[in-house]
Design a protein around this ligand. Sequence first.
Ligand code: ADP
Ligand code: MG
Length: 352
Amino acid sequence: DTTTDATDIRRLDEDTVARIAAGEVVERPASAVKELVENSLDAGADSVDVTVEDGGTELIRVADDGDGMGEADLRAAVRQHTTSKIDGLEDLESGIATLGFRGEALHTIGSVSKLTIRSRPQGDDGVGTELVYEGGDVVSVEPTGCPAGTVVEVADLFYNTPARRKFLKTTATEFAHVNRVVTRYALANPDVAVSLTHDGREVFATTGQGDLQAAVLAVYGREVASSMIPVEADGDELPVGPVESITGLVSHPETNRSSREYLATYVNGRAVSADAVREGIMGAYGTQLGGDRYPFVALFLEVPGDAVDVNVHPRKREVRFGDDDAVRRQVDSAVESALLEHGLLRSRAPRG
Ligand code: ADP
Ligand code: MG
């Protein structure tokens, strides 16, 4: 009977499915770094040290002093769709506090790299556990001496997906993406000591004891830090719209760069980009910035969970608002007020 047999449509084996999925979550070293740093922050770490070699293509190491994991947790953590963070869709809809929740980062990173995790739970006096995972399989699980917390090492990213490996850019470009990601988290978490080291050279280290201003100083240096002015607007100070408060720092118009890279914007603590937010910022600076020049910004928006869709993209970088126009006006107004207050804007005609 040929009607059931004569088909070219086959079910893909699990390894292939995992590698395809990995390509969507882990596009480049920076996306793995993002997932690992989020896990460290979700684990309540006070310090997160990121070390990369060759832009992250040879090695990514993220070490934290968070909750840590025992052996059973460690084995569960690398399985697909395992998470300790949500129980079901209801948790997603009620607005979750943790950064990760899909329970696939470690599994997918591990399916396209050589992954080693050493971990020991806080308050556990025993030795820790080391789990080695390669191309999607657990290779070994052994006791090992290690400090409380977790160290995740991702070596040879995309070693088994040559097409994706070939697609990677130069070390400098890949590192620039890594730097951008780690910077975003360092600025959003001034109470966590975040460091970044590339090929043996420390790129920056925040103290974890300071405020946003101190984090900006550690990450961008004195010239930029000294040009930052505070933005703080909520309630009646904002035009009508979904955003409840806008706080952060924006640079003097003369401290600018030709790249958008330094626009660090956050919605409910998440580093995201949103056209409405960027357009609001640029609108406030108006003609004070030359064409294609961008300020340094670390701007935090608080928005009710139901006014923002963070799930539009699997990498959760882009968000949409129910009312983008209102958000644009709110951001424009908050940033403009700050600049005006510091005498940094020629006042402009009120807009209707
Ligand atoms: P998710 O973060 O979406 O839950 P992951 O695959 O990133 O999924 O992680 C799976 C689980 O492993 C997490 O839910 C958490 O319980 C545990 N885990 C991962 N990284 C860490 C870490 N650095 N410290 C403590 N636990 C961790
Ligand atoms: Mg995660």
